[in-house]
Design a protein around this ligand. Structure first.
Ligand SMILES: [Zn+2]
Length: 201
């Protein structure tokens, strides 16, 4: 047989670089990091790249931004191209390591505009980050956006903590819900594609 693909890649949309051109390389306040995530999440769905989700990886102590990610499932045609996976992968590419918590690394954190889905839960666990900051974690994301986050454990945060990953929740929660509601309004107006597989199930 001859394989028609021997690899795949996830690339950030061009507008992300434009959006970051005025953003400082160091954002000392974590709430300001989350504000950037919310802004990227809101623009992402409006650009048609994927869902209203964004993330970034930063050095916890300094606030230096290592990477950002947005959900590019629609733009890439790859179902796993969620914001967390994109941010973690580009951070690991930038630093040249699969372990963001390696002995020669400063502590890194992942900042996301809601609790990760079941896929990104695992991706976060294996990434080496030492802190996960989420805007919120309740059922509102699924209720408002209709995305299926998968069978998450009720003790998801405790599982992170047991593995040395501190969880900060909530952080600018209402701002996250505003992004989700704007997205939902567009869904109800048939202005965007909801890409959940098995969405007729
Ligand atoms: Zn995810």
């Amino acid at each position: 047989m001859k394989l028609s693909a021997t690899g795949y890649g996830i690339t950030l949309p061009d507008w992300v670089s434009d959006a970051l051109s005025d953003v400082p390389e160091v954002i000392p306040d974590r709430a300001d990091r989350m504000r950037l995530v919310h802004a990227l999440a809101d623009r992402n769905w409006r650009e048609g790249n994927g869902g209203p989700f964004a993330a970034l990886v930063a050095e916890t102590a300094t606030g230096r931004i290592v990477s950002v990610g947005v959900n590019v499932v629609l733009a890439s045609g790859i179902s796993s191209a969620h914001a967390e996976v994109t941010a973690l992968g580009t951070a690991q590419q930038a630093l040249g390591t699969w372990d963001l918590g390696g002995a020669d690394q400063p502590e890194h954190e992942l900042v996301v505009n809601w609790r990760p889905c079941v896929q990104c839960y695992g991706a976060t666990l294996w990434s080496g980050v030492r802190t996960l900051a989420v805007a919120g974690s309740g059922p509102e994301l699924e209720e408002i956006t209709t995305f299926d986050e998968g069978p998450m454990r009720d003790d998801w945060a405790a599982q992170f903590e047991e593995r040395g990953i501190r969880v900060i929740d909530p952080l600018l929660r209402e701002e996250a819900l505003e992004v989700f509601r704007s997205y939902r309004d567009a869904v109800d107006a048939d202005a965007v594609v909801v890409y959940n597989a098995r969405s007729d199930a």
